[in-house]
Every structure is written in C-alpha cells, then in structure tokens.
Design a protein around this ligand. Structure first.
Ligand code: F0G
Length: 438
C-alpha cells in the first residue's frame, strides 16, 4: 500500500505505519497525517482522466461509486479492496445559491454546500466512512469518541454498519437531544461526563491505550482523508472553477484542516492552479483560534469554560489548531468571531432561502457578513459557505430563539370550529399579502 502516517510538523516529519494505534507523534507530540508514497511521479491518471472517471461513476449503482467520498478513491489509496469500505452513501450533497442570504451577508455571491444532507445529518459522515473503514482494515473492535453530538451520531451509525462496538463520551446535559437520540438508536454506549467537551476528549485520550479504544475524533488522520473530498465535490459542482473563499465554522478545527489538505493535494496534482482563501468563523464565547489568529500568538491559549448556544462548536481547546493555522497561512485565510445573536440572525436569513441548518453552520454566514462589512471580503466575491449540520439537529434552539412576536404571528392555536378557524385565517391572510388566496 503506497500510504503511511507522518508527523504533521515539517520540522519533525517522523514516519509511522498506517496501522499505528496512536495518532500522536512519539517524538514531538504533534498529530499525524496520511501521506502517499510517490503519489505525483507514478500517478498513471492525469487530472483530466480522473475527472472524467469520477463523473462517470455518478451513473453507477455501486455503493463505492455513489459515495461522495469513495467516488474520489484515487485520492485515498489506503484501501486496496473496495469490499473493505464501510459506507452509507455519504456525500453528494447539494451546492445551492442563496440570494437572500447573500444580500444579507453584504452583497457577496454566496452558495452553500449543505453537509446536513448526509446520512446522519452532518459533515462528520465524510470523515467517519474513511475512519471506520481504516479501523476495520487495521483490526480494531471498539471505536470511541468524545463529542458535542454530531461525531457521536455519525460514529454510532458507521460503527453499527461495521459491526463494531461504539463508545461515546459527551458532556452531560450539553448536547442536543436529537444528536443524543441518534447515538442511542444506533446502539452506542453513551458515557455522559460532568465536564465540557475538551475535558471529555482529554479523559478519552488518557484511557485509550489501556482499554484498546480506537479514537475517531479528528486526532485520527483518516477522518481528514474522508473530509478532504468535499473540496473535490465543491470544485466538480463548479466545473472546477475555484471560488474566492471557502468559509467553515471552527470548533476542534479538523474540518478546515481537512479541506485545506484536499485543496493542497488537488493543486499539487494539477487539478487546480490556485487556492481559495479559507475562512474560519468561531462563536464569540468559544473562539480561542480567532484570538490566536488576530493577536498573532505563537501558541493557542485555551478557553476553560467555552460558551455559546451553538453547542456543536462549544470547544475551548481545539486539538487541530496547528493544522488550521497552516491552512490559513497557506491560503491567505481569514478568521472571524460572531455572537450568538449574529449566528441566529444569519440562520433566519438562510431560512428565507428555504435553507435550514443547525446554529454552528450559520456562523459561516454571520462571519461573512462581518468580513464583508469590514471589507476583508470584497463585494461580489465568489464565496462558498459550508453548512455543516442539518436543521433538525437542534430544534430546541430554533424554538427558543423565535421572537415572541413571530411566534404570536406564526403559531396559532384554534379550537376545532369552522367559524373560529376562518376568523384566525382571515386575520393571518390579511396581514400577509404573500399568502393571499387570489
Ligand atoms: N459544525 C458542526 C455542526 C459540528 O458538529 C462541528 C463539530 C463543527 C462545525 C466544527 O468542526 O471541530 O472540525 O472544527 N462537532 C464535533 C462533534 C466537535 O463532536 O460533533 P471542527
């Protein structure tokens, strides 16, 4: 197999076998990444040929061709036999124009890549198909993660499919009930810890070796291999025209790092000739990376008690900050921080285009609006926002956040009586011309 693991820090670059059970460099403590031996030189398929093959697979009914990850499998050559793949037909998510949200965000040309349309409703499925496939290839039996909810739902589903035991560590009472219900339904054991996400992940990492757990958090380099393919999908959906910016909400900072890896590889292998600028948006109460970036700090200063209603990105000590820093440095990237009010206002703006998402995802549009206002993103720029999770992931927050006046207008209780019903409807139709029966 032409692949191996390598320490991410170029000054160390220590190599490890693909099946190494720990994903931290023994020499310097940095995280590892998957590298491919002589990928460039002995690649028999030039970009033109591969692009055509990838397109052709879309008309195939085989699961490895349908999957928006494995359709690009030449870029993930750690699997020697497609029968090893654990897939739920992830990926192939829509790229949508959102003109009203674009106007709201300050007149950029905005499209959204909706990762909520994945099997378990978030972008995690792209990473999980690759990671659980690797876990199976290397003979692991028990997979585990710490999670703010989406990773646990995704791991539980792919674990069930692979016939593996799945153990989830979540902050007790701090994840949405929809995500908790998913993990439980897929049969995972859910350990609710009276601590936040960062502490839960620290505990999991300390107990991993002793219990033989295969950790699938974004310290696992195979997650990046799956998640990097979103770069291929976006570019293919745009006929390989590179956007000016790709905007991602940042929590543990795995996703932005994975997208960067995909873009770097596509550029090195001749698929694109320039890189988009990567943009990370964080919630104000959980923004250690924003502070690092803005204040040009050398090391991240973690936030002990991160807080935001966007529970998916309530993370104060992101493990992938070095990879994310490199991603932004190499793409002339940007970083923004947004309040919860700004996040929910952006979510409302997207809803006017008929596009729902979970709060963390709307941090992208909120960030674009601020960056456009400060002219860091120019008017008319071609911007792709990654909506990371489905609207139904967190219905409690949308109900909580609806203004009372909107609720009074929209949510009307009526007795089962025709006269009262007519009266209530006439009132509504009268004040809302777009609902006129004419
Ligand atoms: N958006 C959503 C919906 C998420 O669930 C997450 C992370 C992020 C954005 C941030 O992505 O960590 O790669 O920077 N959720 C993790 C979880 C932490 O456990 O589900 P990141």
């Amino acid at each position: 197999m032409p692949a191996y693991l390598q320490c991410f820090d170029p000054a160390c670059a220590q190599r490890y076998p693909l099946g190494a059970s720990d994903h931290v460099c023994e020499r310097c403590g940095s995280l590892l990444e998957v590298r491919y031996e002589g990928r460039h030189e002995d690649d028999p398929a030039p970009p033109q040929k591969l692009r055509a093959a990838w397109l052709q697979r879309r008309s195939s009914n085989r699961i490895e061709d349908q999957s928006g990850v494995w359709r690009f499998r030449e870029l993930l050559p750690f699997v020697s036999d497609t029968a090893q793949i654990v897939s739920l037909s992830e990926g192939h998510t829509p790229l949508l124009e959102v003109p009203k949200a674009a106007a709201y965000a300050g007149g950029v040309h905005l499209t959204v890549k909706h990762q909520g349309n994945n099997p378990t409703g978030s972008f995690k499925d792209l990473g999980m198909t690759a990671c659980v496939t690797a876990a199976r290839i290397f003979g692991n039996r028990v997979i585990a993660c710490a999670s703010t909810g989406n990773t646990s739902a995704s791991m539980a589903a792919y674990g069930a499919r692979a016939g593996m035991k799945a153990v989830v560590f979540v902050p007790a009472g701090k994840i949405s009930s929809a995500k908790l219900a998913q993990a439980l339904e897929f049969g995972a054991t859910v350990i609710e810890i009276s601590a936040n996400f960062d502490e839960a992940l620290r505990l999991l990492r300390s107990i991993r070796a002793e219990l033989g757990l295969y950790v699938v958090n974004s310290i696992n380099p195979f997650r990046f291999e799956g998640q990097k393919t979103i770069a291929c999908e976006i570019l293919e959906q745009r006929d390989w025209k590179v956007p000016d910016h790709i905007v991602v909400p940042g929590g543990n900072l795995g996703n932005v790092s994975a997208i960067a890896k995909g873009l770097f590889e596509l550029k090195a292998w001749g698929f694109i000739d320039r890189l988009p600028r990567l943009v990370v948006t964080q919630a104000e109460g959980a923004n250690p990376f924003y502070r690092l970036w803005k204040q040009k700090q050398q090391e991240i200063v973690s936030i002990a008690n991160p807080s935001t209603e966007a529970s998916a990105i309530r993370i104060g000590d992101p493990v992938n900050w070095k990879k994310a820093q490199q991603a932004l440095l190499h793409t002339e990237g940007l970083c923004e921080s947004v309040s919860d009010d700004e996040i929910f206002a952006a979510k409302e703006a997207l809803a006017q285009d008929g596009v729902g998402c979970e709060p963390a995802s709307a941090a992208t549009v909120a960030g674009i609006k601020k960056l456009a206002a400060s002219r860091q993103i120019e008017a008319g720029a071609d911007v792709v926002a990654i909506l990371t999770g489905h609207q139904l992931k967190d219905p409690e927050s949308s109900l909580r956040r609806r203004e009372e006046k909107d609720l009074a207008r929209q949510r009307i209780r009526v007795d089962a009586d025709l006269k009262k019903l007519r009266w209530a409807l006439e009132n509504v139709l009268h004040v809302e011309p777009q609902l006129s029966l004419k």
